[in-house]
Ligand binder design. Structure first.
Ligand code: SAH
Length: 286
């Protein structure tokens, strides 16, 4: 970035788009817009109405700083401290996984299956930012929930998000290992987006994913460690007729289904995402 030149919004967007593209950022224009609107404290659309407006020196300095971070492949959500999920704003820190659009398929699958029922109770295992459980509570006003994470730092973020969304009264957060803190209760649905990346894949992951907490993505030697445990540990906390819904990684469907059958689940259903990829397995014991 040349010093001394007048940088208007239009010019700096163009420059940073190209800079990001050269550094292998997948969505260079979008990221430039999101980061610049964050620095200027305006909505993205407003950038387009102010193309000719010059940045003042403090704005320029702040933007330069975060462009550097993004060019080093730090996730946008960690830089701006926020990410939308299910059209709701979530506060995000490097202690939590960045909520992914793919996970909206899991939330949709759970909502479809709970629809029309009253006073249901769900558990979210490995809640991270709270994205799944808080979206469910927001869109289903009669629902109550418990959420577990092994990471105290993640739970702090989830609790902040619950407060910001006005949902604190309907969710209890527990620190602990999978379903262990919930042993006294039973639920109509248990939902989980567990860590599911296999050891061997770590070498080829995008830097953005490697910036996420290892504990949020590491699924063990074959990526299936958490499914192996969930299919065995969830039944005691499930009400009769209840279900377990899990997000799965690419191609893990058949393996997770056979783990479920081996553990005595009577039926499994696969739910695909908008691009036709198997994303969710729903299991029932009857
Ligand atoms: N539900 C969030 C986060 C998923 S990442 C989302 O979909 O965006 C997986 C989460 O599981 C992380 O927050 C991680 O801290 C948590 N986790 C990992 N091992 C765990 C364990 N043994 N018990 C409970 N939570 C665990």
């Amino acid at each position: 970035m040349e010093q001394g030149r007048i940088w208007t919004i239009g010019k700096i967007l163009k420059w940073s788009e190209q800079y990001f593209a050269e550094r292998g950022i997948d969505t260079p224009r979008l990221d430039a817009e999101v980061l610049l609107s964050h620095v200027l404290g305006v909505k993205r659309i407003q950038l387009y109405l102010r193309f000719e407006q010059p940045l003042d020196p403090p704005e320029l300095a702040a933007y330069r700083e975060i462009v550097k971070r993004r060019a080093a492949h730090e996730p946008v959500a960690y830089i701006v401290g926020e990410k939308d999920f299910m059209m709701l704003p979530f506060r995000i820190t490097p202690a939590v996984l960045v909520p992914q659009p793919d996970t909206e398929t899991l939330v949709g699958a759970v909502m479809d299956r709970l629809k029309g029922k009253e006073g249901e109770c769900v558990a979210d295992i490995g809640t991270g930012s709270g994205a799944i459980v808080l979206a469910l509570l927001h869109y289903m006003p009669a629902l109550r929930a418990a959420a577990v994470d092994v990471s105290a730092n993640a739970l702090e973020v989830a609790e902040d998000n619950a407060a910001a969304l006005g949902l604190t009264d309907r969710v209890v957060f527990y620190e602990g290992d999978l379903g262990a803190p919930l042993w006294r209760e039973t639920f109509d649905a248990v939902v989980s987006n567990p860590p599911y990346i296999a050891k061997g894949e770590f070498g080829s992951l995008p830097l953005e994913v490697l910036a996420e907490p290892r504990i949020a993505i590491d699924g063990g030697a074959d990526g299936l460690d958490f499914y192996r445990r969930l299919v065995k540990e969830v039944p005691p906390i499930l009400k009769p007729g209840g279900f377990l819904a899990v997000e799965i990684g690419l191609g893990q469907g058949p393996a997770v289904q056979s783990l479920a059958r081996e553990a005595g689940w009577e039926s499994t259903e696969t739910v695909k995402d908008l691009s036709g990829i198997e994303r969710v397995i729903v299991m029932r014991r009857e």
